[in-house]
Design a protein around this ligand. Structure first.
Ligand code: GUN
Length: 729
């Protein structure tokens, strides 16, 4: 059946200056929603490039464009080069006319044929020149396939030979976008060498090569190791393509780790064998009474109807089924990135196959981290993670890759952490939030006991706020903490995401305090060695429970109802809230946080929450963000902060823009990639930064959309979303 809907217009070519550039529009940790700009349109990523065999077109490329909205496909230049009829047409009319596809076309080089058949008859420069001559959008160099069974020496030779061909291949491409595949088996040092070496050449895209047999053998933990060995070492402004990966089951994990492009021959190959792809595995048509997913192409027909079709019709229908399922899963993954929940999707999907679960456990388990859900909470450990820790190959060299995942995390602005068992506690967003708290927060006092509120879920202030006020009025040296399922949190941060908002069974909040764990957790909060007592909100009357806990600490009861004393304590708590949040959100040490939030006054909401924080001179410097318990800096706050901090040492990270960008950014326009000249400190996507000119003068403040390395690498897109321009004339 030919598809004859001429409805979808041809793509708009990118501006010449943009061709080959990759731009990130939205992100969730290392997962990114991007755009790759090509001469045949903008390709939205993550995306699937269906493989088209120019000799066997199971679904016509034109239909891929018109009906399925495919923006880019991949075909094989070596097959075209080998077949005279294809070659003549491609050279004369171009590859887009040969395939009748108006979108972007990537071609492979013959490396895979060399892996399957032992050799190819074309040289590295010749095949690149050929791809350029037939007008492909993204060509591929002739890399050397690293087979999993190769010895380390052989793998190294494959990496070195690929590297040796890189320079001549880029030259032969004459500006055509080129794929620079990363090889090296699952040897960490070789993947890293390959990624760093290939990254130095002018490639547009980096495919991860040599993974087809790894996936065929369902060695998904090895696949995870390959990805974690390669991606952190690639230039971040280039999209990453998973060569030969078209099984939707793998998409969530790979996207969460930073993959942008996938290609699939699986939709057609599996169809020929009567196999159907689903997001949780593969099923055979012969065993089906019902469809595993109701996608458009099978509405109105049953598996039995399809079994009765002739071979060609059945294969085409199953190929459509596979393509529709694959595209549906990719769309769901993109939506998850939008929502900041791609890791959760990967986590859930990891249960689809034992080997995928193994990969996920490996990713989230580390001897260095003690494998504990909350570091140090070994008592919560279940056997799976202990086993994964004890049997995984040495994890040490991959540990920086885990940090690379964690450092890019944004705490979601709104919405609860959805508890899903132990995995919840090793989500990179949770790990990042805990690391930030432990690195930045410091207690008010250098000694004095600790009261830990536990036994019930947030909002704690509503349950026990008055009693805490009275306890602090009587004992200003007391440190008060609350127990969230994600760990201990200072009272001043009790409404902060993700700690305050965990959707979970009540028993998780009501967990008894384990003294050994509490002691380790206090160490992390710089409260090590202090005496502590629990205030269990589940037992008895709260006021009495507070007095009992104070008595356990050797302290007298709460203060009586003395209006002035209580008002002072309440004001001190509000000041401490603003200071604690400034430490964690703006990376201030305590002394600077106290200087910044100096003798503050507050504008309060009708529900008793802070609306604005004013400093001693009455300047509005901060506003709490009600959605996530964080802080928003005002223009005045940015000026004060800039005056107080020395860039790079403490305070928010600082981005420098060149003189010609100052008028724009100073007037409130965003900082655009390519228009910044330096970064001091570590930018974290979603977090505050300052923008200065070349002399260090303040220009603006805003929210970073990238890490520091990305800021210095990307050439297109927004680097900092400016919230306040401070140079408007
Ligand atoms: N297709 C699947 N794997 C590979 C690979 O490693 N290199 C190339 N060029 N193509 C592939």
């Amino acid at each position: 059946m030919a598809w004859s809907d001429a409805g979808r217009p041809s793509p708009k070519p990118a501006r010449d200056a943009d061709i080959g550039r990759f731009e990130v529009k939205h992100r969730d940790g290392r997962a990114r929603l991007g755009v790759l700009h090509t001469a045949h349109g903008a390709v939205q990523t993550p995306t699937l490039l269906p493989v088209i065999n120019p000799n066997i077109r199971t679904i016509e490329p034109r239909e891929m464009w018109d009906r399925y909205g495919i923006e880019m496909l991949i075909t094989n230049s070596y097959i075209i080069w080998k077949h005279d009829d294809l070659k003549v047409k491609a050279v004369t009319d171009g590859v887009h006319a040969l395939l009748d596809f108006p979108g972007a076309i990537m071609t492979d080089s013959g490396t895979f044929q060399s892996y399957v058949y032992g050799d190819v008859e074309v040289g590295p420069e010749e095949i690149v020149a050929f791809q350029r001559a037939i007008g492909v959008d993204v060509a591929t160099m002739l890399d050397v396939f690293s087979r999993p069974e190769m010895t380390e020496e052989e793998l190294q030779a494959a990496v070195e030979e690929t590297l040796a061909r890189a320079g001549p291949s880029v030259t032969a491409a004459e500006g055509t976008m080129l794929n620079g595949p990363i090889q090296g088996g699952h040897v960490h040092a070789l993947r890293r060498r390959s990624a760093e070496g290939m990254g130095e050449h002018g490639f547009a895209v980096h495919p991860i090569g040599g993974i087809v047999p790894v996936m065929e053998q369902q060695r998904y933990a090895d696949l995870a190791r390959v990805v974690m060995g390669s991606l952190p070492h690639l230039p971040p402004d280039r999209p990453v393509h998973m060569f030969g990966c078209g099984h939707p089951m793998l998409f969530p994990m790979l996207i969460a780790l930073g993959a942008d492009l996938f290609d699939s021959a699986a939709y057609a190959l599996f169809a020929r064998d009567g196999r159907l792809l689903t997001p949780t595995g593969t099923v055979h048509l012969d065993r089906l009474q019902e469809w595993p997913l109701l996608v458009p192409c099978v509405v109105g027909c049953s598996p039995e109807d399809v079994r009765r079709m002739n071979d060609d019709d059945r294969t085409t229908l199953l190929a459509r089924f596979n393509l529709e399922v694959t595209l549906g899963e990719l769309a769901a993954c993109r939506q998850a990135v939008h929502e900041g929940r791609i890791w959760e999707r990967a986590e859930r999907r990891s249960h689809a196959h034992p080997a995928l679960r193994e990969a996920f456990l490996w990713l989230t388990t580390s001897p260095a981290r003690g494998s504990a859900p909350i570091p140090g909470s070994e008592h919560l450990l279940v056997t799976d993670r202990v086993a994964a820790r004890d049997t995984s190959p040495a994890r040490g060299e991959w540990e920086p890759a885990w940090d690379w995942i964690v450092e890019a995390q944004t705490t979601p602005g709104a919405g609860a952490v959805l508890w899903a068992g132990e995995d919840t506690f090793v989500r990179p967003q949770v790990v990042a939030a805990r690391r930030r708290l432990h690195a930045a927060w410091r207690p008010r006092t250098t000694e004095g006991p600790v009261l830990i509120v536990h036994g019930a879920s947030a909002p704690w202030r509503d349950r026990v706020g008055r009693q805490v006020e009275r306890a602090l009025a009587a004992h200003p040296g007391l440190e008060v903490l609350v127990l969230s399922p994600l760990g201990l949190v200072p009272w001043a941060l009790e409404d902060m995401q993700p700690f305050a908002h965990v959707e979970s069974p009540a028993w998780l909040w009501a967990r008894p305090l384990d003294p050994a764990w509490v002691r380790r957790e206090l160490e992390r909060l710089h409260l090590g060695g202090r005496s502590f007592a629990g205030l269990n909100l589940r037992t008895g009357e709260v006021g009495e429970a507070v007095d009992d806990a104070l008595a356990d600490l050797g302290l007298g009861p709460r203060a009586a109802h003395d209006a002035a004393g209580l008002a002072d304590a309440a004001a001190a708590i509000l000041a401490e809230q603003a200071r604690s949040k400034a430490m964690v959100e703006l990376n201030l040490d305590r002394a600077t946080a106290e200087a910044f939030v100096d003798r503050p006054t507050f504008v309060m909401s009708s529900t008793g929450r802070i609306r604005n924080v004013l400093d001693a001179e009455g300047r509005h410097i901060l506003s709490p963000r009600l959605t996530d318990g964080g802080l928003s800096l005002t223009d005045e706050g940015a000026r004060r902060l800039h005056a107080l901090c020395s860039p790079g040492e403490q305070g928010p990270p600082v981005v420098t823009v060149p003189d010609d960008a100052v008028p724009f950014v100073g007037a409130g326009r965003n900082v655009i990639h390519g228009f910044l000249t330096g970064v001091e400190g570590a930018l974290v996507p979603g977090r505050t930064c300052l923008v200065v000119d070349e002399s260090g003068g303040l220009v603006a403040h805003g929210v970073a959309r990238c890490t520091s390395r990305e800021a210095m690498t990307f050439r297109k897109g927004i680097a900092v979303r400016v919230r306040g321009g401070l140079r408007s004339s």
